[in-house]
Design a protein around this ligand. Structure first.
Ligand code: NIG
Ligand code: FE
Length: 433
């Protein structure tokens, strides 16, 4: 009788697993598809916004007063005057490595260039030595520690490339470390095979043979292993030219792997045009992309994934034309490109501040570039990247009172609480500053 009364009363609060409340503001993009052009500046802002979660998914988003009346939460997370946004999605990183490269950073301080260091056997190849010497367990432990730091800074989903092994054995070892890390902790990793990151030393004098190996043996084995969602190629004069990259990417396509490219990073190398041609999910970096390349990306529905910290880190003047890409209608994503060579920073907040400073992205554009657009670049637009009913409950509370602070603040980790799949994985005390 009591049960019947309760269920016939529409105002009776329903049980939910988690209610996030107490936010000064909730800010989120909307939808499941990438937002470009003017749409990239349109977000939903709810003062005193709250989110209710059931079974790891968002069931309602709205004003806290209304949600408080409708839901009886098993657990509450008080945002304490902070900003509630979707967890950051970082769509480009190289987190599987052993050993850092601060001596190269200093060589660049003293005037050497990235390509000079690479040509003299350093750069990517120095990290290849580290990965080949490391055991799988050591790589896993290093990756687990890095995953914790990504979560500390509010990233809840991360694209993770192999690419410092450059033999089938060492690439699979890296990809298995990513798979194991995915099982062991909360940061969601989306694995990419980057066997075409550089030519390994043993193939430097017969590069075509390594491309044959990639196409005939490595890609099929990686695809069969199920350890990678996609494949990436570093398309650049000193590494893979367009012809080699095309062969590799078309093979990846044939095998059902998503295509990604390091495109037009150090020169106008034809990477953007090739990304469009092979139906890539993303074209990354793009410091040197021209109008024809941008137009091709737009027409082919390729998401540009920019890395604003990299030219700064490499001391290169040339930056991606972020503003121009958005104004053309492209749905841009911003990433850290965390790696030991060209960006030893895994903090998306820092990448966003530089997107605002260097590309002139507004705060709303920064938010879209760090959530929905990268989620779409990873094929996760239907489930990730926004705060809407039906999406996975990946949430971030930032220690700031409104979304404009996101692009305004430099040098502080403002992540206060992080929720992954409905579970509170970080909660830090302290006032809203
Ligand atoms: O995204 N461009 C190629 N790959 C990395 C650099 C990797 C490295 O130097 O170890 C990048 O910048
Ligand atoms: Fe990269």
């Amino acid at each position: 009788m009591l049960d019947a009364m309760a269920s016939s009363n529409p105002a009776a609060p329903r049980p939910c697993d988690l209610l996030v409340h107490g936010a000064a503001e909730l800010a989120t993009p909307l939808g499941c598809t990438p937002l470009g052009g003017a749409a990239m500046g349109r977000i939903r802002v709810v003062p005193d916004g709250a989110v209710a979660v059931v079974d790891g998914c968002i069931v309602e988003v709205g004003a806290a007063g209304e949600l408080e009346a409708r839901w009886a939460p098993a657990k509450r997370l008080d945002a304490r005057g902070g900003l509630l946004v979707p967890g950051f999605v970082d769509a480009h990183s190289h987190p599987v490595f052993a050993g850092t490269r601060e001596e190269e950073f200093e060589l660049r301080t003293l005037g050497a260039t990235y390509v000079e260091i690479a040509r003299s056997g350093g750069g990517i190849l120095s990290s290849v030595r580290g990965v080949r010497e490391a055991g799988e367990e050591q790589l896993l432990q290093l990756l687990l520690a890095r995953a914790e730091r990504f979560l500390d800074h509010g990233t809840t989903t991360l694209e993770a490339k192999s690419g410092y092994g450059l033999t089938l054995v060492d690439e699979l070892k890296s990809l298995r470390a990513i798979a194991a890390a995915n099982r062991l902790q909360a940061l969601e990793l989306v694995p990419t095979f980057l066997g075409a990151h550089d030519y390994p030393l043993e193939h430097r004098d017969h590069k075509a043979r390594y491309v044959d190996l990639l196409v005939e043996e490595m890609l099929p084995a990686v695809a069969a292993s199920g350890l990678a969602q996609g494949a990436d190629v570093f398309v650049e004069a000193h590494v893979y030219d367009v012809a080699a990259a095309r062969r590799i990417l078309l093979k990846a396509k044939e095998l059902g792997l998503v295509r990604r490219l390091h495109a037009d990073q150090l020169s106008l190398s034809g990477g953007a045009l090739l990304a469009a041609e092979v139906g890539a999910a993303s074209a990354d970096h793009l410091e040197h992309v021209d109008d024809a390349g941008a137009e091709a990306l737009l027409a082919a529905g390729v998401v540009p994934v920019l890395a604003p910290l990299v030219p700064l880190y490499l001391r290169q003047e040339r930056e991606a034309p972020g503003r121009r890409l958005v104004d053309r209608g492209l749905p841009v994503a911003v990433s850290t490109d965390f790696n030991p060579g060209s960006c030893y920073c895994l903090n998306m907040q820092e990448a966003l501040a530089f997107a605002a400073l260097r590309y002139r992205f507004t705060a709303a554009e920064c938010l879209v570039a760090a959530t929905l657009n990268p989620a779409c670049a990873l094929g996760l637009g239907a489930t990730h990247g926004t705060l809407e009913p039906g999406k996975q409950a990946d949430l971030l509370v930032l220690d700031m009172p409104n979304h404009r602070r996101l692009a305004y603040e430099l040098g502080r980790n403002a992540a206060r609480a992080v929720v992954k799949r409905g579970i509170v994985v970080r909660e830090r005390p302290g006032p809203t500053l």
